[in-house]
Design a binder for this molecule. Sequence first.
Ligand code: DAK
Length: 257
Amino acid sequence: MEFIKVTEQYQPGIALIQLNRPKELNALNKQLMEEVRDALQVFDKNDQVRVIIITGNEQAFAAGADIKQMADKSAIDMLLIDQFSTWDQIRKTKKPIIAAVSGFALGGGCEFAMTCDMIIASESAKFGQPEIKIGTIPGAGGTQRLTKAVGKAKAMELILTGRFLSAEEAHFYGLVNKVVPVEMYLHEAVELAKEIARMSPVAVQLAKEAINRSFETQLDEGLAFERKNFYMTFASEDQKEGMKAFVEKRKPEFKGR
Ligand code: DAK
């Protein structure tokens, strides 16, 4: 791993991926994204990992896709490189992913944070889709995910002007879960991860899948999908344990089965 640092057990059950191109503000080149994809695929198969946190450093989560790598490319080059397949594989991660964001989360960096399931931001975080300033538009979901997160008017403003959104505004618009002082953002992400890691991993996975479905389907289809996953939890030992523990007034011990 050249461009990321990976810790399988940052805390029990919690894996950490740190983007590590600090001089380039963690600009997302092709190899970095492939390394992230590979790490996520390994964690997804590892029963010891319940929740994954992705972070950068205080200055930058990521200042976008690597402009220097893209600058001279033709449309057909971009088509053949097909970086979208890597992003699609990242999107298919089954375990919950928390982005712990400080500093710049711009362009592909903002899209990457939005591809994660939750975002904890430091007070210094700045979100934005400034692609318009370099003559292009968001290409990894920004026009869709940002619009769903903050609404049409704000998304239009941000994407058509390239303006940045402060952490506080991002919280106001529902883009991020929580804003905390800079020295606390990773800690806060870990606290959230710990809480999720205590739940049944089976139920967590099925719930994540059902929530994501709401972005891709009409209500009827989404409800049917949720119902299927709800029934499926009743095939798990964890559901039996969870409900039994409630009745017996004790804490459940989930096994992920
Ligand atoms: N790419 C490459 N290098 C970058 C970079 C980027 N996105 N952002 C920053 N850097 C580099 C700078 O070039 C500089 O390198 P040196 O000159 O020192 O070698 C170093 O990081 C520090 O940057 P600055 O000197 O500019 O630092 P400042 O504090 O003055 O400014 C800044 C920080 C974040 C405001 C500024 O660096 C900036 O505007 N950066 C570009 C932000 C941007 O436009 N981002 C959107 C890029 S387009 C796709 C998936 C995704 C995408 C496309 C396709 N597929 C799956 C196919 C996404 C596209 C984008 O994200």
